[in-house]
Design a protein around this ligand. Structure first.
Ligand SMILES: *[C@@H]1O[C@H](CO)[C@@H](O)[C@H](O)[C@H]1NC(C)=O
Length: 182
């Protein structure tokens, strides 16, 4: 089974031009990724997610679990993963744009780069419990969505959270508003 997972991940990581990352955005990323999965990969994904003891539907898809990590991060058990959703690039946009692993991946426990590495390894490990394997896949589908959102990769104004804007006539901030479908 594990040999099919890298193909799935390669496909997931190609999806870099989706431009909405609220719950609908994450579901959209997962849906598009699913369209590109090999039948064998789809079978693996389905069996991994079906073994999830916390599943809320009988046969969960990547779309169903795409937002789990955003709920989990606010729980006591999942608090450790809050810093896994982003990397704060300390570059100088727009003159100089870069992500430097040593400079920027300094969060407690890592950042989205180490998290994607970690959960890619974990989903393929084969020695983990079914629950830990399902968790790894749920993290992964979410973080691949997050890393393609530019405001998850930038330290400037706390990823846009400190930039006040008017959105649909209401006060909001740049980061939050880009997470909301119009
Ligand atoms: C890897 O995943 C495990 C299980 O969720 C977690 O405890 C650990 O902190 C993670 N490590 C990194 C570097 O993300």
């Amino acid at each position: 089974m594990s040999k099919f997972i890298p193909a799935a991940l390669a496909t997931l990581s190609l999806i870099s031009s989706v431009s909405a990352w609220g719950t609908l955005g994450h579901k959209t990323v997962a849906n598009v990724a699913t369209q590109f999965l090999l039948p064998q990969t789809l079978t693996s994904v389905s069996s991994i997610l079906s073994a999830d003891l916390t599943k809320t539907t009988t046969n969960p898809t990547l779309v169903d679990v795409a937002n789990w990590a955003d709920t989990y991060r606010y729980t006591t058990a999942g608090k450790f993963s809050a810093g896994f959703h982003y990397v704060d690039a300390n570059d100088s946009p727009p003159t100089s744009c870069s992500v430097d692993f040593t400079r920027d991946c300094t969060g407690t426990g890592g950042c989205i780069i180490t998290a994607i590495t970690n959960y890619t390894q974990r989903v393929q490990d084969g020695r983990l419990t079914a629950q830990h394997t399902a968790e790894a896949l749920k993290f992964l589908v979410h973080f691949i969505g997050d890393i393609t959102q530019p405001l998850h990769d930038e330290a400037l104004a706390v990823g846009g959270n400190d930039i006040d804007i008017l959105w649909n006539g209401a006060s909001n901030n740049l980061h939050h508003s880009t997470s909301r479908p119009v």
